[in-house]
Ligand binder design. Structure first.
Ligand code: KG4
Ligand code: ZN
Length: 328
């Protein structure tokens, strides 16, 4: 089954064609980083307009690659899908309406997708991972541990009570003067620093909770204490990165043990983080099976959307009237 996917929930305009939820036929991502760099972060109205300007080019390129490399034509597509939420509504509407229009014009079904479930499905792309497994989802808007009993049987077993992981990365980066996109820059600089230079706090919360506001405040205080002196950005970054990845991995491991599930996967933009991936793979020596999406499938993309349309779509009586949603 060939599914065409569209992703426009935030700052990437992306389309892909995926066979049977796992095999990548075509995958195109147009990033808006250059546009939002000027503003120091994503401006929703600007993002929506850029999606509108870019979407047709990305759709055409996706079809062109499928034709050139696999001799697949638009008529061969079995269904069209897009992210319906959560995300920026003005942005979501661009992809949602484009996918609905394609579905009507090619007379094929439209399938709506939840962005968070799509991040989890990034693990199925070019891999043979099968449920059951525990998934740590860490993105710009969410931090969750999800128990995946089957493709469409998922339960959130822990989540953040304040900031999301990507959000804390971006805020900590900004405090140290690293500009948007801050998370990836902090990760790079952390690799040159001493992770034991500063002792930063880990929140004491319930087993089904994460909290990062204390860590964020600790970074703020540390940065303030260097006023007038040179800031050791690499050591603060390394210490921050070590603290947050330790918290994330320890809780995920604890919950995997609690539910007696030996397979652990990562997902979401922060799954691209070097230390988080390292710490995840270290669990293999303790007898866990570990999976992380390929780097290109960690941050927002449409390959994961088309995979999700195949494995765990949003169920509705009439998908064509499915609306965009900001939270979920
Ligand atoms: O999943 P995603 O692309 O968008 C959302 O759905 O939110 O995640 C974006 C988030 C941003 O906060 C970004 O700073 C963070 O993922 N991120 C990283 C890294 N790459 C992206 N954070 C830490 N280390 C990275 N290497
Ligand atoms: Zn995302």
């Amino acid at each position: 089954m060939l599914i065409f996917g569209i992703e426009t929930s935030c700052d990437e305009t992306a389309c892909a064609i995926i066979k049977d939820g796992r095999e990548v036929i075509s995958n195109v991502v147009a990033s808006q980083i250059k546009t939002h760099e000027i503003f120091g972060g994503v401006v929703p109205e600007v993002a929506a307009r850029e999606h509108l300007d870019t979407i047709n080019v990305v759709i055409n390129e996706t079809f062109d690659i499928a034709k050139k490399e696999f001799n697949i034509n638009p008529d061969d597509i079995d269904a069209f899908s897009s992210t319906a939420g959560p995300g920026l509504v003005g942005c979501l509407l661009v992809g949602l309406n484009a996918a609905k229009a394609l579905s009507l014009s090619y007379n094929k079904p439209f399938i709506g997708v939840n962005h968070l479930k799509a991040h989890v499905c990034a693990n199925f792309l070019e891999s043979d991972l099968k449920p059951p497994f525990i998934c740590l989802l860490v993105s710009g808007g969410h931090t969750q541990v999800i128990k995946i009993d089957d493709y469409d049987k998922q339960e959130i077993i822990a989540s953040t009570i304040d900031d999301a992981t990507g959000e804390v990365y971006d805020k900590a980066a900004r405090l140290m003067g690293l500009t948007y996109p801050g998370g990836i820059k902090l990760d790079k600089i952390a690799q040159t620093g001493n992770k034991y230079a500063f002792k930063l706090p880990e929140a004491k919360v319930k087993e089904n909770e994460f909290s990062f506001s204390g860590l964020k405040t600790a970074v703020l205080r540390l940065v303030q204490s260097y006023r007038g002196k040179e800031l050791p950005v690499n050591d603060i970054s390394a210490s921050f990165q070590e603290t947050i990845t330790t918290t994330l991995i320890n809780k995920t491991k604890f919950l995997a043990d609690k539910y007696n599930i030996k397979t652990i996967a990562l997902s979401g933009g922060v799954a691209a983080n070097s230390r988080l991936r390292e710490k995840l793979f270290e669990l293999q020596s303790e007898g866990y099976n570990t999976f992380a999406p390929k780097m290109k499938f960690c941050t927002d993309n449409a390959a994961m959307v088309a995979s999700c349309a195949y494995f765990c779509p949003i169920k509705t009586d009439d998908s064509l009237i499915l609306e965009a949603f900001s939270r979920g």
